[in-house]
Design a binder for this molecule. Sequence first.
Ligand code: ZN
Length: 295
Amino acid sequence: MNNDHMIRAITGNEEVRAFAVTSGNLVEEARRIHANSPIATAALGRTLSAALMMGDMLKNEKDLITIHIQGDGPLKQILATANMNGEVKGYVADPSVVLPPNKQGHLNVGGGIGKGTLTVIKDYGLKEPYVSQVPLVTGEIAEDLTYYYAQSEQTPTAIGLGVLMNKDVTVNCAGGFIVQLMPAAHEKTIAKLEENLKKVTSVTEILRERQDPEDLLRVVLDGMDMKVLGSKDVRFACHCSREKGMSAIAALGKKEIEEMIQKGEDVHVNCEFCGKVYTYGKKDMEDILARTQNK
Ligand code: ZN
C-alpha cells in the first residue's frame, strides 16, 4: 500500500504557506535499494522528504531541485533530486555508517554528517543552474534548510522532518513539513505560528497514527483557517536508462573507450541513485565508439 503523498496549503489570511509530506514507503524503498543503515536511512529520508516539498515549489515540468549535503562526518555526503511531479531520488555516500545514539537517545544524524556545507541547486533547463551554498548549522538537515531559506532566499521558514524506524530497522513512517511566511505577514500571525510550532516536538509522533500530511499541518496551522490547495502522490523514481549509461561512457572519450574494448571485458555502469547496473559488451562498446566524436 502506497499512501505517500504531499499537500500544499495556505492560511485564511494568506500570510503563511505550507507544504507537508508523508514518505514512509519511498524512504523504505530507498533503504532497500541502498542497503542503508538506520542512521543513513534517517539522513536520506529527511533529505528526500525536504526535496519533495521543495520540488513542489518548482514552476515547470522539467525543473529539478537538488539538495547536496557535504560533511566531514562518516556519512560524507547526501544527494537528493526532486521534480515538481512528486518524484525524488537520492543516496548517501556511505550507507553502512552506524553510530551510538545522541544525547536525546535518537539516531545521531548530526554526528553522521558533521560540519560542512548544504548546497541547493535549481536546474531550470537554462545554461547554468542556480546554485546556493550555506554552512551546515547542526547537520540535522531541517535546521540547515531553515538556515538556507533565511540566508539565500530571505524567507522566514520553519521545517520539521522525521523518520521513525521499526525494531527490525525497516521504516515505520517518514515525512515532514515546510511553512513559510509571506512578506505581508503580521506580528500576530508570526506569534501564533511560533506558538503552534512549539507543539510539534516530533513529526513522526504526529504522522505514525494515520500517515496523513494534513495531520501535521493541522497542528502547525492550528487556528489559522487552513485551506488545502492541492495534493499529489510522491514516489522514489529514477529516470536512468541503458541509453544514458552509453552517453556516460561516450563522455570518457575515444581513447579511453578504445582501451576498454581492447581489454575485452564487459563494462558496467552503476546508477548511484537507484542501484541499477547496466552492462555493455564488446558490440555495445563498438557502437559507442562509432558515435563518439571527441578524442
Ligand atoms: Zn537510476
